[in-house]
Design a protein around this ligand. Structure first.
Ligand code: SAH
Length: 384
């Protein structure tokens, strides 16, 4: 089997650089592109990135890249790839996704069907199976994806399974939760460190608080779930166990954290508590029912992260205007605190009453949103 693979970590638009930083922190060089970050590595890196990347969507192996302007080119290009190095006899290998962008080939179902035929033909020939007799696909699953961008095909195998944002702690969604990997990315973009207080005053199901606690304790985000590659026969299960054991050793369960989530809705607080319990963080995160207008604190240098209701989504426009205005008034006295607010409202700054120090364009699912960033003032120490 192969020792080294060309890999990509896929990421939501706007989060690629965060994922790139995470991969470098794991000790791998990488190249940041639109929607994905490329890097190289073996099975260990596949395991480590799946387990540790907080902001990515999926880790995929690039089996090959080639020009594909016609179905014949696509078929031959796929047939020529070294499928025998990935797919054992008996493997299940759906071509689960085809995406064509700015390319001559644009019929995605046909791209899927042709790609499948090419892989089948290659395996029949490699494993000396008669043509015309379908391959038995009863074994582990290898999801194949074909993306054609400007007439260049990239053929990948997904190693992750359900997207990495599915950490396994969410018991119920509640109203409009933010994706776990987006929440983690925003905290990684903020200037929060585990020694600073953290508040999400519109915490809903508690996603930001749970992600902050996992970052603070250095808990691997994937510790509570499995990944597709773990069922592949050429993946050494001892190596996976080693990577999981190392993650367990790296976690710091004793660190003191000051993380508070509050929400006006008592039912959401109950849900947040259930999720925190599922993540094993019920004693780490404080959760209470409170309207954000009542937020007061004497603590300094903290970080507030909030994903308040947006106009069309949860509240009517007038109520949102009032809420953003009150938010501005409530946060203003907290001068040393940094505030990170995610909303799709383009007039947010006007309603909130202050111009952001920085804005970052992100996508919450398909909804374009901005992260409004207000940095806290540093307290100057008096020289003695
Ligand atoms: N990030 C959350 C979702 C937040 S949705 C998650 O991942 O689940 C916005 C939340 O703001 C809702 O839960 C809503 O109950 C809360 N909210 C609305 N008005 C509020 C107010 N005045 N004070 C505090 N919370 C409020």
């Amino acid at each position: 089997m192969k020792q080294e693979f060309n890999l990509v970590a896929t990421a939501a638009a706007g989060l690629e650089a965060v994922v790139g930083r995470e991969i470098r922190n794991l000790g791998r060089d990488c190249q940041v592109e639109n929607g994905r970050v490329r890097f190289k590595g073996g099975v260990r890196e596949i395991a480590e990135t799946n387990l540790w990347l907080r902001a990515a969507d999926r880790i995929k192996i690039i089996v090959g890249e080639f020009p594909a302007r016609t179905f014949e080119e696509l078929f031959q290009g796929i047939f020529a790839l070294d499928w025998e190095n990935y797919l054992p006899l008996g493997a299940k290998f759906p071509v689960s996704k085809a995406k064509c962008v700015k390319s001559k080939l644009h019929n995605e179902p046909s791209v899927q069907a042709i790609s499948k035929k090419a892989v089948v033909k290659k395996l029949q020939s490699y494993y000396h199976r008669p043509e015309g007799v379908p391959l038995q696909e009863t074994g582990a699953e290898f999801k194949i994806e074909v993306s054609i961008l400007k007439d260049k095909a990239t053929v990948m195998i997904d190693t992750t399974g359900p997207s990495l944002f599915k950490r396994g702690y969410r018991t119920d969604k509640g109203g409009a939760p933010i994706k776990e990997n987006m929440a983690a990315a925003i905290i990684l973009l903020s200037n929060w460190y585990p020694d600073k207080p953290f508040i999400d005053p519109t915490c809903g199901s508690g996603t930001f608080c749970i992600e902050a606690a996992m970052i603070g304790m250095n808990i691997a985000p994937g510790f509570n779930r499995d990944f597709a590659f773990e069922s592949w026969d050429w993946v050494d299960s001892d190596l996976i166990q080693e990577v999981r054991d190392e993650a367990e050793d790296k976690a710091d369960y004793d660190i003191e954290l000051d993380i508070l989530g509050s929400d006006i809705d008592g039912w959401m607080i109950e849900l947040a508590k259930k999720n925190a319990l599922e993540a094993g963080l019920q004693d780490v995160i404080k959760l209470k029912q409170m309207q954000l207008q009542d937020l007061k604190t004497d603590k300094v240098n903290g970080v507030i992260v909030s994903n308040p209701p947006y106009g069309e989504r949860l509240l009517d426009d007038k109520a949102v205007d009032i809420l953003y205005n009150e938010m501005g008034k409530t946060f203003a006295p907290l001068k040393t605190w940094s505030k990170f607010i995610l909303t799709n409202d383009e007039n947010f700054e006007k309603k909130y009453g202050a111009i952001a120090d920085k804005k970052r364009k992100l996508y919450n699912g398909t909804l374009r949103v901005d992260l409004y960033q207000y940095f806290g003032q540093r307290i100057k120490r008096t020289e003695s």
